[in-house]
Structures are given as C-alpha cells and as structure tokens.
Design a protein around this ligand. Structure first.
Ligand code: PLP
Length: 384
C-alpha cells in the first residue's frame, strides 16, 4: 500500500474499541484480570499485551504501530519526549568505557547529555563534521559502539551522507542512531539508508499542533528487545493523552507536510532574494551545499530552515522580530503555526557557525503571501 493509505489506516483497530475510529486515550495504570493464569500470561507478554500502564496501553501500542507502518523498521517504542527517546536509546546501547561519535550540529540538549551525563558514566564523545561522509571510518575506534546522526543538523541544516556513514559504521561493528525529526517518518526512509534506530521528536510534525510532548524510537529487530527492556526499566512511559494526540496527529502528517514544504519553499526563495539576507540554510534549495544528497535521499522537505542576516545591530534585529504579527517568538516547531527563533546559544566543536546573526523560521500553514508581507514589513523595521 502507498504511504497515504498507510497513514490513514495503520495502527487503528476500531473492532477492538466498540468501533470508534481513533483508539481512545486509555487512562490506565492498573489492568485487571479474571484469573491468575490470565495475569501470568500478560506478565510473560508484557510488551505486547496489556500488563501495567507503564509498559504500554492500547493507545500507545496503536500509536507505535502507526509510526512503524509509516516510517519503516521493525517496531516502535513511544516515550514521553523527543529528548527521552534520544537519551533512552543512548543509555540502552552504551556503557562505561564505550566511545560514541556524534554529529557536531546535533540538537543542543543531545550535546548536553553527551558532555555531562554520558561523561559521568564513563562514555567518551567525539564530535564529527556533518559533511564527513565515508571519512567517518577514520574516527571509529575499537570501542566506538554508536554513531549518532542528525540530518539536516539542528540550526545550521547540514545534510549528512547517511548511507556512507552507516556503511562505515557497520563495517566496524557500530550501531547508527539517527534523530530523524526534520525528515519525519515520511520524507526520510531511515532503514533503507542503513540506520539502526530512528528517533522522532513526535512533539514536532507527528503531534503537529504544538500541544503535546512525545517521542518515538523505531528500531531493527536485532535491537528491539534490548531497547524495549531498557526504556521500560528507566520508566520512560508516555501519558495516554499524549499518545492519543500523537496517533491523532499522524493521520494528517502527509497533507500538512506537503503544505509546510510548499509554503516554506516560497518564503525561503523570497528571503534569498532579499538584500538583508546573506544566506538561507535549507537543503531543499537548489544552491544549498547539501542539496544533491538531499535530492538523492529525501522525498520531501518541511517548514523549518535557517536565515543568516548581513551585518546589522542587535537592536534592529530585535525591533524586526518583536513587530512580527504572524511569526510568534518561541522554541520548538512542527505545529500548524509560524515561528521565529533568534539562534543565540549554539555550540560547535569541529565546525564553525555561519558569520552573522542566525534566525530560524518555522513556516506554518498560513497563506505564504501573508507571511512574506509580515517579513517584508519586518525588513522595513530593520532598516529604520
Ligand atoms: C525538538 C527536538 C528534539 C526534542 O524533542 P522534545 O520532544 O522537545 O524533547 C530532538 N531533536 C530535534 C531535532 C528537535 O528539534
């Protein structure tokens, strides 16, 4: 079946829930059983049948099935946030004495986890240049257990050659984890590109409405048991309301992403033509450094990209941003609404950030011409 059909049908079992279309939010810690034998059977199958709310409910299991059907892989584990998916996966696959290679343009809190928490537990992190490709082979040591990718990179949007990195990793026995939030389960088929664990900050496009935190871990058959055990032993369970919102949101991810991409491309191209802008960071633009690999590996883009401004004062930038009518100032992305973030807190180890003030835009589902009008008025404030 084609993706659009899977999105509508995967992980829904109305016949199990009185015929309701969307699996309800089962608010449940305790499940009860008719007999001791029934409960023992549930214990022995606690990641498949309902046993205790922390292990999963019909709501979380159906969400997990939907994410797997859309994004590929063996099975999915839902957790309480995107960051919990990242830290839970790394904690499951790394131990004291191990080494992990992490892309230099990784999501900031992932870097904090490596630099502070993993370090405390005796795991060494080396950051690598996002455009390293097959050259990563030289950085893989005997104790390198994990390569952690994110493509495109957070805030600076470098595209990575994931197939080349995966090949090098597997030749030396390392596992590839990818934060695939930008690509989404729809636009980057992680498992076809050699990734072993694909992570979604489902908070973004799966939930799609900026009203819930949620993460998913999709994995190969080989790693599934280990990850499921570790995640449930940490107690990283997901609330039923959040799981429900994720399962509800994913039904429209296809149409939303197409519209986010269409709007974003129109706005990004307009920004490229502006004299105030020195560079638009978006791999879907034909002249972007990562465009060739993006075209080869992705089936679409989304609403998120970066903009580097030509030199101007901080006061002028603040005046420009503060006056936007349609772009709200705020973290996160992936909702239906447009956002702007002035990226001020950014750390890199082996690469440099583009010179000039860096803004990140999330282009929502508003009319693109209205958004351009809002941005144009902003440039007038910038020039005042
Ligand atoms: C937002 C985000 C996360 C973290 O997701 P939360 O649900 O906010 O914890 C991880 N990776 C990327 C790329 C993100 O943008």
């Amino acid at each position: 079946m084609k993706k659009d059909t899977q999105i509508a049908h995967a992980g829904r079992c109305p016949e199990k829930h009185y015929g309701v279309v969307n699996t309800p939010a089962y608010r449940c810690s305790t499940f009860t059983y008719k007999t001791v034998a029934d409960m023992e059977d549930a214990h022995n199958n606690k990641y498949d049948k309902v046993y205790y709310g922390r292990f999963g409910t019909p709501t979380t299991y159906d969400l997990e099935d939907a994410v797997t059907a859309v994004g590929g892989g063996y099975r999915t584990i839902a957790v309480s946030s995107g960051l919990a998916a990242i830290t839970g996966t790394m904690s499951a696959l790394l131990e004291c004495g191990d080494h992990v290679l992490v892309v230099d343009s990784v999501y900031g809190p992932t870097r904090d986890f490596c630099d502070v928490v993993l370090k405390k537990f005796g795991v060494e992190t080396t950051y690598y240049n996002p455009v390293i490709g097959a050259g990563i082979s030289e950085l893989i040591k005997d104790n390198t257990k994990v390569i952690f990718c994110e493509s495109p990179g957070s805030q600076t949007f470098e595209i990575q050659d994931i197939p080349a990195i995966s090949k090098a990793a597997h030749e030396k026995g390392a596992v590839v984890i990818m934060d695939n939030t930008w690509g989404s389960p729809l636009n980057f088929s992680a498992f076809d590109k050699g990734v072993d664990v694909s992570i979604q900050a489902a908070t973004k496009y799966i939930v799609g409405h900026s009203d819930a935190l949620l993460g998913t871990i999709t994995t190969t058959k080989e790693l599934y048991e280990k990850l499921r055990f570790s995640i449930s032993t940490f107690g990283y369970s997901v609330g039923s309301e959040e799981a429900y919102l994720g399962a509800r949101g994913i039904r429209t991810i296809g149409v939303r992403l197409k519209q986010h991409e269409k709007n974003a491309m129109k706005v990004a191209k307009w920004l490229q033509s502006r004299p105030e802008v020195s560079e638009v960071l978006c791999p879907a633009l034909p002249d972007d450094k990562g465009h060739e690999i993006w075209k080869r590996d992705f089936t679409g883009a989304c609403g998120l990209f970066g903009v580097v401004l030509k030199p101007c004062s901080d006061e002028a930038i603040a005046k420009m941003i503060d006056g936007y009518k349609l772009f709200s100032i705020g973290l996160s992305w992936g909702g239906f609404e447009s956002l702007v973030l002035w990226v001020k807190h950014i750390t890199r180890t082996v690469t440099t950030v583009p010179k000039g003030s860096l803004l990140r835009f999330h282009i929502g589902l508003e009319d693109a011409d209205d958004l351009i009008d809002d941005l144009e008025k902003g440039f007038k404030r910038l020039a005042e």
